[in-house]
Structure formats: structure tokens, C-alpha cells
Design a protein around this ligand. Structure first.
Ligand SMILES: [Fe+2]
Length: 176
């Protein structure tokens, strides 16, 4: 099974179709946050970066007359559920290890507790890291969803992150 890179995810048609809805700049920033947080938490950085990059891929566009309809969103949103499914489909199509694809998908599902019947549910370490990576990039009024990044900068940032992940994998393999 060959490794799935962050840039492979970026170029996949599912990511291209849905990632921009919630902000490509936010997705890239969260992936970097997850890289930093994963080491401290002792979780797989590759899974954390992938889940953080994809965490908002399930968003629907709740626009009314050109502006975001928060009431509709609050009442009807299921972006975590949709995102978990889209992330899983995309990763499996790219050839990701099925166990890892499930872990990543669950971290996308639990990155927000807004839809959970019991918000006190205990998250595992990977899910905590992804939720924290998202929170760390949030701006008042949801402005983080509107920050811009060019495609070129996104690809450069993700390629650099792939290199950092390769180095982290090599370090981990050498120390085990
Ligand atoms: Fe987010």
C-alpha cells in the first residue's frame, strides 16, 4: 500500500469540489496546527494532518440572499457527518489504509460536538488534536472560513507539510 500524501488529497476531485466551501486557507492552517499538536499528544501526525485538513469538507452552503444563514445552519447542519463520509470515500479512493481511513473519518466526525446528543462524550487523543487544531484557527464571526489562499500557495504549503511528515515518520521509525 503506497503512502497517500497531503497533495494527493488536495488534488482529488472530492477535495477540489468541497474544500473551498469552508475555506482552503482554514483547512491548510488546521493541518499545520495538527502537525504541531500531534507530537505533544503522541498521536500519528499523518492521520492528524489529514483529518484536520478534511475536517470541514462536509459543509453545505447555508446562504440566504448572499449571506450566511446562521439560524438554518444551527438547526439543520450535519457537516461533521457528511464530512466524515466524504473524507472516508476520498481516502479509500486514493488507496489509504482502511483502518487509518476509519480513524481519520471518526476524527472528522467528532471535531465538533454541535450535533452530538451528548456533548460530554469522551474523545480519543487523535479526535482531541483535530478539534484543538480547528479551534486554534477560529476567528470571530466565522472569518476563518473566508480567509484566502492561492492554489499555488496551498500546494506549496502542503508539499512542505508532506516533507515534514516524511521526516517525522523517519524519526519515529528510527526510534522504535
Ligand atoms: Fe473548522
Amino acid at each position: 500500500m503506497s503512502r497517500v500524501y497531503m497533495v494527493d488529497i488536495y488534488h482529488h476531485p472530492i477535495a477540489q469540489k468541497y474544500l473551498r466551501r469552508s475555506g482552503l486557507a482554514h483547512a491548510v492552517a488546521c493541518a499545520y496546527n495538527a502537525f504541531a499538536l500531534a507530537e505533544r499528544a503522541g498521536v500519528d501526525a499523518d492521520a492528524a494532518c489529514k483529518a484536520a485538513f478534511l475536517h470541514d469538507i462536509g459543509h453545505y452552503t447555508w446562504y440566504q440572499n448572499g449571506s450566511w444563514d446562521y439560524e438554518q445552519y444551527r438547526r439543520n447542519d450535519i457537516h461533521a457527518i457528511k464530512g466524515a463520509e466524504r473524507a472516508h470515500k476520498l481516502l479509500i479512493r486514493l488507496g489509504e489504509d482502511p483502518e487509518k481511513a476509519k480513524e481519520i473519518s471518526l476524527a472528522v466526525l467528532f471535531h465538533t460536538d454541535s450535533f452530538l446528543p451528548d456533548p460530554s462524550m469522551k474523545k480519543d487523543k487523535l479526535q482531541e488534536v483535530v478539534a484543538a487544531a480547528d479551534e486554534a484557527d477560529e476567528e470571530p464571526g466565522g472569518a476563518h472560513h473566508y480567509r484566502k489562499i492561492t492554489d499555488d500557495s496551498a500546494v506549496k504549503s502542503l508539499t512542505a507539510l508532506d516533507t515534514m511528515l516524511t521526516a517525522r515518520c523517519t524519526q519515529t521509525a528510527a526510534s522504535s
